[in-house]
Ligand binder design. Structure first.
Ligand code: ZN
Length: 203
C-alpha cells in the first residue's frame, strides 16, 4: 500500500499553516491535490493503485467521468489504468452539464472520479447528470478522502456531512482527517496569528 501522506508531503500538497477554508472554518492544514498530480509519474502510480482496488472489487466500469476542473487529471489517469473511456462534466452557470460532444448510452456503467472527496457534493452532481441521461453510476473514486465519507472496505462509518449514496462504493487511497475550528475557538487565532485563504498567495 502506498503512503499517501508522504506523497502529499513530498509533493508540497499538504500545506501547514493557518487557513481559512471555504466553509468559513479554520484549519492548520490544507490539501492542494493538484500539486500531487503535477508529476505525471506520481499521478500514474496513484491511478494504478486505485485501479487495482477497483478491479479487486469486481465492479465493472465502462467509463470514468470527472467533475471539472479538479477531478480531470485523476480521472483521466484512472481511466487509462482501467483501460476505459474518460469524459468530464463541467459547470455552466453553476449547473453541472455534459458538453463538448460527450455522450453516454443507456445503462453505461460510470465511475465518478475526483481528486479528493470532501462531502462529495460535486461528485454526486456529476453522477446525477449522467443518470438523468440514462447511464448508471456504479461507484465513486478519489485519490484522497477527507474522512466524511466511508472508503470501500473500511469499517468506519460515513458522517452526516457525506453526500454520496451509501449503497455505492467509494474507492480512495487514504483518509486525511483534519480538525477544523470555528474562528471563535481556533487555537491559532488565540495565539495571535491570522488565517489566510488558500489561493490568496498563489496556492
Ligand atoms: Zn484561526
Amino acid at each position: 500500500m502506498i503512503n499517501l501522506e508522504k506523497i502529499y508531503k513530498d509533493s508540497g500538497a499538504l500545506l501547514e499553516g493557518h487557513f481559512l477554508l471555504s466553509s468559513g472554518k479554520h484549519s492548520r492544514y490544507y490539501l492542494q491535490s493538484a500539486k500531487v498530480l503535477e508529476q505525471p509519474k506520481t499521478a500514474e502510480l496513484l491511478a494504478k493503485e486505485l485501479a487495482n482496488m477497483i478491479k479487486q472489487s469486481n465492479i465493472k466500469v465502462d467509463t470514468v467521468c470527472s467533475p471539472a476542473l479538479g477531478g480531470i487529471l485523476a480521472g483521466y489517469e484512472l481511466a487509462r489504468a482501467l483501460d476505459v473511456r474518460f469524459i468530464f462534466v463541467e459547470r455552466v452557470n453553476s449547473k453541472m452539464t455534459l458538453r463538448r460532444g460527450f455522450e453516454v448510452s443507456k445503462d453505461e456503467k460510470i465511475l465518478i472520479c475526483e481528486d479528493i472527496i470532501t462531502t462529495g457534493g460535486s461528485a454526486l452532481e456529476a453522477s446525477e447528470v449522467l443518470q438523468n441521461l440514462g447511464a448508471k453510476t456504479v461507484g465513486f473514486a478519489a485519490i484522497a478522502n477527507r474522512g466524511f465519507c466511508k472508503i470501500y472496505g473500511s469499517d468506519e462509518v460515513a458522517t452526516k456531512e457525506c453526500k454520496l449514496p451509501k449503497e455505492l462504493p467509494l474507492f480512495a487511497l487514504g483518509d486525511f482527517k483534519f480538525e477544523v475550528y470555528d474562528p471563535d475557538s481556533c487555537p491559532m487565532c488565540k495565539d495571535g496569528s491570522v488565517a489566510i485563504k488558500p489561493g490568496s498567495r498563489g496556492n
